[in-house]
Design a protein around this ligand. Structure first.
Ligand code: PLP
Length: 394
């Protein structure tokens, strides 16, 4: 008899964004025409950069001509884009070979698919509060999860601890939801811990482009020793507004091996079996992101989100509210005022000032009492929301 993957029955209902949607829908039904200040969901609001659009159009034209038409793309990525990503890393002082760069349809896809490389008996350490997909992808795979809670006492940047050992270590920096960023010294501690225990770090660098403090690392491969213990997963979703266009990249160093198995070779085999690569047109659009003009344009967009962050941080500073993030990340993670619960604070903001944020509890138990603001929204709305927040809590 056919047996479904019964681990799916162990998934907890993902009620976070569903609950937010239900509560806002109810509010709008009761207050028709009300304007909501939406700072909940981490989706971008600005369109693709002009250079990317040019790249997409040119690629569509190539596909229209028999002489330049492309069929299947190489499964691990078009050479022109693997090289562009390699050069981007080189510009940050990280030397990679093009064969160590794999082009993907986005970080979510890779964060789930990469688990194929690891035996089900491996445990996964997840630093919480966390991006919810880490937990769910591991539950689906039947893996034991080791939860490592973080909090205000360590700035939501916990260090490795022998009581929380696991074979797979998820690290997201800059972090979603907290916006906190690990320093070089802190990441070095994680790399040493992974090498000493034979663990592999799955490093999620989806928000690296938001780092403005020059001392902070953009890539785990800036840290000595990472080539023998880390895989990096990245995305153009937030960097370049590709949430709906879809493109990411994954770096697996040639040196990464366990039990005589080479993870780079295994991933080549995996990709050539399970995908037929990413669309040529999208890869051409993505390559434009890595040109000097493309970089200038995407940083113009990032500057708009950073200005939103500054406006919100100024309001919180004025109110004397504790928070992380904002400076080197597109999220601000604030402590709810007066010991409020995170859903209680959500209701207060929605009902009193029509601001929609995300309750911290949705990212893990230790997120209770905290609240996330996304800075990807409309600048006028963000400025008004900051004003309303100051009036309400001042
Ligand atoms: N990783 C983190 C930490 C994220 O916050 C997100 C999206 O919000 C992703 C990965 C997914 O990125 P993508 O759009 O490339 O699938």
């Amino acid at each position: 008899m056919l047996k479904p993957n019964m681990f799916y029955a162990e998934l907890k209902d993902s009620y976070l964004f569903y609950n937010i949607a239900q509560k806002t829908k109810k509010y709008l039904e009761e207050h028709p025409g009300a304007h909501l200040y939406r700072m909940g969901i981490g989706d971008v609001s600005l369109p693709l950069a002009g250079e990317v659009i040019k790249g997409l159009h040119a690629a569509a034209d190539e596909q229209a001509d028999k002489k330049s038409f492309n069929g299947y793309m190489p499964e691990c990525g078009a050479p022109f884009l693997r090289k562009a990503v390699r050069d981007y890393y080189a510009s940050k002082g990280v030397e990679l070979s093009e064969e160590e760069v794999f082009i993907s349809s986005g970080a979510s896809d890779e964060l789930g698919d990469i688990l194929d490389l690891f035996d089900r008996s491996n445990r996964s350490l997840i630093i919480e509060p966390a991006y919810p997909a880490y937990v769910d992808a591991n539950v689906m795979g039947g893996r034991e999860i080791v939860h490592l809670a973080s909090g205000r006492e360590n700035g939501f940047l916990p260090l490795p601890d022998d009581s929380a050992k696991a074979e797979l270590l998820y690290i997201c920096s800059p972090n979603n939801p907290t916006g906190a960023v690990f320093t070089r010294e802190q990441l070095k501690a994680w790399v040493d811990f992974a090498n000493a225990n034979g663990s592999v770090i799955l490093f999620d660098a989806a928000y690296e482009a938001f780092i403005e403090d020059e001392t902070l690392p953009h890539s785990i491969f800036e840290i000595e020793g990472a080539r023998t213990c880390a895989i990096e997963i990245c995305s153009l979703s937030k960097t370049a507004g590709f949430t709906g266009t879809r493109l990411g990249y994954t770096v697996i160093p040639r040196e990464l091996e366990r039990s005589g198995m080479n993870f780079n070779s295994m991933w080549v085999r995996n990709r050539t079996t399970k995908t037929n690569g990413v669309s040529f047109v999208i890869q051409k659009g993505a390559a434009a992101v890595f040109t000097p003009e493309g970089q200038r344009q995407i940083h113009e967009n990032i500057a708009v989100y950073k200005q939103n962050a500054r406006v919100l941080m100024k309001a919180l500073d004025k109110l004397g509210i504790w928070y992380t993030g904002g400076k080197n990340a597109p999220y601000i993670w604030m402590e709810c005022p007066n010991g409020m619960g995170s859903w209680e604070f959500f209701d207060l903001l929605l009902n009193k000032v029509q601001i929609v944020g995300t309750p911290g509890e949705g990212f893990g138990k230790c997120g209770e009492g905290y609240f996330r603001f996304s800075t990807f929204g409309d600048p006028d709305d963000t400025a008004k929301a900051a004003e309303l927040l100051t009036e309400l809590l001042g």
